[in-house]
Design a protein around this ligand. Structure first.
Ligand SMILES: Nc1ncnc2c1ncn2[C@@H]1O[C@H](COP(=O)(O)OP(=O)(O)OP(=O)(O)O)[C@@H](O)[C@H]1O
Length: 661
């Protein structure tokens, strides 16, 4: 009976959605005529088109995933929702008469779907979760009720949640709106003004939380954030490809998702630093070095300013210019604003002289004064115009700042300084320094909210670049100290948060693991003591999954065996190894599996495994991954924690000691 009622409700909702779609299409068609001017028509047209497109994409996805039924009566705690029932879905659905059939998962009342418990019912008497067929055509397969009013609470034991978590992974990351957990929801719905840092071990849902928080904030503060924007920063294009579909699936197509390099500059690095040079360039001391190098250009001896205005000679002595320079320096403005302030102050001195002679110069006279060659010459001497690359060129050609040791100066000194700024080749770290100088010259555009994933890997200088872009906005910082693999990776959050400009942001731990099966996690966690960081232990909710560790003399053959047996299951497969090892084993596999099968197998260099997940992972020769770089143990930890269902570890050399313990 209830099943029939649910089916009837579903049919009604489908009809309502079809009506919404028709209506949106009609508005697209008439939008041009409705709007008063061309610009408005264009904006309206674009909005309506994306709305119609969003709706058109809906029918293939479940229309709702849950329902809340509220109790009645004074003691129920339901308040305004007394006796009400709401279906909750990806988006709000209303019928022709304006009745709401489905409410958005981000609406305030939906929070109770995620957070109500038998102990704190929040007025909810029953929480229902719907099950849908995993593949189109989408069918309602059943539902699961928790009568919170009778003390029932399935929590993490929910069969539907278990099915979702254990589903074989194929393709890119999906949203988790149907199964967000209470501690995740607290983070997703944190106030827009609050910056926070989520420390979570592998597979605890950090990335999911960050993306859902972006979608939530855009819903709750659309006006504000449409203007200022939301930016998601991830470690590399592969990672961004993995997460790219989540926000659009939640209806948010305007969120920018970029690597840090893309945020900083459109330019590609054209040279590579030595490890020593990169270490110095990413050190926060470089901020002071660059600032001093820039401001060393200020205060040069200026000739006096002399302006003939027909009848009079106006004059500002070089001593007076120097005094004005000191005043402007004290105001601590961006460099280029400082230059203009100096110009204005020199003009003010000239103006006073005119006024002393009984004149009252108007704005255009003052502007004329400011553009006199003698004023610009004084400025060029005392506060010259400069480009970021000129400052950088000077610093790297001849580093002299004694905040750096002699060895550090030597490390960053160009072996062969380029003849001109234009012919200089810049490394990735140089582009970060370039951004630092650009930020001293002028404030960059800011974003309203910034989500930084894998934030443990950012250097202090990279953090500063992001801090500059969110001085007035908030940040969601996501990371795991145990997964830090860069030479400058953070070992504690307070220092990293200070570099990111949000020293007061609370650090919140996520400790429930949704990806990695318990047996696999226990194996990977043997590495933790060797990683030199304090992190909370993660408890996997998954008792399924398998771990197989096999020793083999022929690694390629053993890998092939693992891959062949993985192909018997659904889901994605990855082979993870150091880059050279990967080439060798993949070449051997390439010839022996069918072309169709090969498309299911991804070769992932250990350096690019971060943030990704695959149903079945084969990690080849852990000792090589560990030895390939100074933070090899962390990289191995990342590699071992990518598997959703099965992990094979194949080795010919002994396993690293830490893994044997
Ligand atoms: N509440 C949830 N319900 C269902 N699945 C979830 C939930 N939270 C996380 N997951 C799933 O767990 C997996 C790991 O999530 P995610 O990638 O966000 O974790 P992470 O903490 O960023 O991991 P890592 O640090 O290893 O990159 C994903 O498949 C995600 O969809």
């Amino acid at each position: 009976m209830e099943q029939e009622q649910e089916q009837a409700y579903l049919d009604r909702t489908r009809r309502a959605l079809a009506w919404m779609l028709d209506h949106a299409r009609m508005r697209v068609a008439t939008g041009d005529r409705v709007a008063g001017d061309r610009y408005t028509a264009e904006v309206l047209g674009r909005m309506l088109k994306s709305y119609a497109k969003e709706l058109a994409e809906e029918p293939d996805s479940p229309l709702y995933f849950g329902q809340l039924r509220f109790g009645t009566g004074a003691g129920s705690g339901a308040g305004d929702h007394s006796g009400q029932s709401y279906h909750i879905g990806r988006r709000r659905i209303t019928d022709e008469a304006g009745e709401t059939l489905v409410i958005d998962w981000r609406a305030p009342v939906s929070a109770r779907f995620y957070r109500a418990s038998a102990r704190d019912r929040m007025g909810v008497s029953v929480r229902r979760r719907f099950g849908w067929s995993p593949r189109p055509p989408v069918r309602l397969t059943g539902f699961e009720d928790e009568h919170l009013d009778r003390g029932e609470e399935t929590g993490i034991g929910s069969a539907l949640l278990k099915r979702e978590i254990e589903r074989p992974r194929v393709g890119p990351m999906r949203d988790i709106i149907a199964t967000i957990q209470p501690e995740q929801d607290e983070l997703v719905r944190a106030d827009v003004a609050d910056s926070l840092c989520v420390q979570g071990g592998p597979g605890t849902g950090k990335t999911a939380v960050g993306l859902h928080r972006a979608a939530y904030l855009l819903y709750a503060h659309r006006g504000q954030l449409r203007r200022t924007g939301v930016l998601v920063v991830g470690p590399n294009p592969t990672f961004l490809g993995h997460i790219a579909a989540v926000l659009p699936a939640l209806g948010e197509i305007d969120v920018r998702q970029h690597t840090l390099d893309e945020v900083l500059t459109a330019r590609e690095p054209s040279t590579v630093d030595s490890a020593e040079a990169a270490a110095v360039k990413h050190d926060e001391r470089m901020a002071g070095v660059l600032r001093r190098a820039l401001y060393a250009r200020v205060g040069g001896p200026a000739a006096p300013v002399v302006v003939y205005d027909g009848s009079y000679v106006l004059r500002v002595s070089s001593g007076a210019v120097a005094r004005e320079v000191r005043t402007v320096l004290a105001a601590d403005l961006p460099y280029l604003t400082g230059r203009e302030r100096l110009r204005a102050r020199i003009v003010a001195l000239l103006q006073r002289q005119l006024e002393a002679r009984g004149e009252s110069p108007n704005a255009s006279v003052l502007q004329w004064l400011g553009r006199r060659r003698t004023v610009t010459e004084a400025l060029d001497a005392a506060w010259p115009k400069v480009k970021p690359e000129e400052v950088l060129h000077a610093v790297l050609s001849d580093p002299t700042d004694d905040a750096l040791t002699a060895a550090q100066r030597q490390a960053i000194r160009w072996a062969k300084p380029p003849r001109s700024v234009r012919s200089a080749r810049w490394s990735a770290a140089d582009l970060v320094l370039h951004d630092e100088v650009a930020g001293l010259l002028d404030h960059p555009d800011e974003v309203g909210h910034l989500v930084v994933d894998e934030a443990q890997d950012l250097s202090p200088m990279q953090c500063r670049a992001l801090a500059r872009r969110s001085r007035h906005g908030s940040i969601t910082v996501l990371g795991d100290l145990a997964q830090g693999t860069t030479p400058w990776a953070a070992t504690d959050w307070p220092a990293q948060l200070a570099h990111l400009g949000k020293p007061a942001a609370p650090v919140v731990g996520l400790t429930t693991g949704f990806r990695v099966p318990a047996a696999v996690l226990a194996f990977a966690n043997r590495l933790l003591p060797a990683l030199g960081v304090e992190v909370p232990t993660v408890h996997s909710v998954r008792s399924d999954g398998t771990l197989r560790v096999r020793r083999a003399t022929d690694l390629a053959r053993a890998t092939l065996t693992c891959v062949t047996s993985a192909l018997d299951h659904d889901g994605s497969i990855a082979v993870v190894a150091t880059a050279p090892r990967l080439d060798a084993v993949m070449a051997a596999i390439g010839d022996r599996v069918s072309a169709t099968a090969a498309t299911r197998v991804t070769a992932v260099p250990a350096a690019l495994a971060k943030g990704l997940e695959f149903d079945h992972v084969v990690v080849v020769e852990p000792a090589e991954i560990l030895e390939a770089q100074p933070r090899g143990a962390n990289r191995l930890y990342v590699a071992l924690t990518r598997a959703v269902s099965r992990l094979d570890v194949v080795h010919s050399r002994p396993l690293p000691d830490a893994l044997n313990s």
